[in-house]
Design a protein around this ligand. Sequence first.
Ligand code: SF4
Ligand code: SF4
Length: 231
Amino acid sequence: MIVATRKPFTEIKDLVSGHRKILIVGCGTCVSVCLAGGEIEVSILASQLRIALGLEGDDVQIDEAIVERQCNREFLVLLGKKKNMTDYDVIVSMACGAGVQLLGDVYDQKPVVPALNTVFIGIEEGPGIWAERCQSCGNCVLGETGDICPITMCPKGLLNGPCSGSRHGRCEVNPEIECAWVKIYDRLAARGDLERISKVLPPRKNSRRAHPAVATHEAYKRRFVKDEKIV
Ligand code: SF4
Ligand code: SF4
């Protein structure tokens, strides 16, 4: 999932300063799971803003909303059926950066400001702890590396074995963590699949990291061509 953290309150307050009617929109998917932008976090931010702006004598109206996925246009259109978006001076998005941008595209007459910092694609490691696992490189090598991502888990992003700095299974860049390549070796060995480690992985294709990237499912490409009679 995409992991995000909330921006400092003063930064959010500065972004909405001068506006009287504020809508805070949370997202019910990734950022809800990582406790950054779900229903409860929307409610907490709304209360903080009401108190802080109220203490400064500002007469503000702060409304709250949650959509199932802010990165999905249909849910944002549904939001417009529940809330009169033209009523608001500013929309505060508590989604990842993709959600903020789509909200801004759909309601482009209104300023949309982010309340979160999007930090990485990761997993839940324990209660309240999330850890990065993938940099969306576009050319996944996990099938060769025992399901451990060398690009993410090795601070140097090495694709073909460890650097010379690994000591006693720890990483030279960050001794707090295990060397990713020691982990890869151990896992492949445990699975009886160690011959994979001698396979030389080709250099990363940075063209696959061209931004902004677009991915279109084959089935949808065909449907689009048929329905729109493009060819
Ligand atoms: S190799 Fe690593 S960064 Fe690339 S897609 Fe796979 S998990 Fe993500
Ligand atoms: S010690 Fe291991 S994890 Fe750390 S930088 Fe070197 S190869 Fe990567």
